[in-house]
Design a protein around this ligand. Sequence first.
Ligand code: OOG
Ligand code: NI
Length: 267
Amino acid sequence: MHNNVDSLFEQLWSNYLEVTPSAVKVHELLGSTQQDDVINDHIALRTFNHEKIGLEKLAAHFKAVGYKECGEYHFEAKKLYAKHYEHSDPSKPKVFISELLLEKCSEELQAIVAKMIDGIDESAVTAENFLYSGTHWQVSHETYKKLLEESEYAAWMSAWGYRANHFTVSINYLANFETIEAVNQALKDAGFPLNTSGGEVKGSPEVLLEQSSTLADHHPVEFSDGKFEIPSCFYEFALRYNKPDGELYTGFVAASADKIFESTNAR
Ligand code: OOG
Ligand code: NI
């Protein structure tokens, strides 16, 4: 495991860029007109609720660099469970980790995923690079498509594995954008397709969080039966509002998160 939070995020970021070239352009678009670097509100990772690699196994890597568990979220229809983590230094990105509840899925999906998990070396899970180690298995494109019929999340995991599936620009810290609508307009003008599931803007000032996201880049994957371009990772944008106590809200909103997951759907 890492013992330094910044080096962990540097590695997660460069691994994310390998399959998300649009992220560099998003940074240029939103950050080039300001002096300071773009601040990331949070990142997200995905896994399965199997004891070998459940969300706590991923969380351990963040706890080792000073993160604490803060909230939990349920997604009935997508069969997902998630927790979020915060660092004692509020300038460090928050972390959102979800897991697919395998026992709620079909026997067929469970069998495919069990085989994938079999491919993971026990020691790989605590290794320094686990959170950006990608897949520890290789599925066929046929299997990917089969998973896609039941769970887009499971299909995404089968192709991409362990990596940040998105970084999130904090709109609060952008010098030249005040509203999420202005950010969305700049993205659309520059040709980035947005995730419109549930509307371009998810959430509201009332729930203290507004979010939007691009649709994932498409990137080639080497499947066992050939190379195919499929959705990889995306960029999210978040604007947080003050709680009655005057502090920024730091949690997530399940109804909005439910739609953000769909940013890895095919365009
Ligand atoms: C996470 C989706 C939820 C948010 O900010 O609400 C999320 C995912 O796609 O893995 O990131
Ligand atoms: Ni997010």
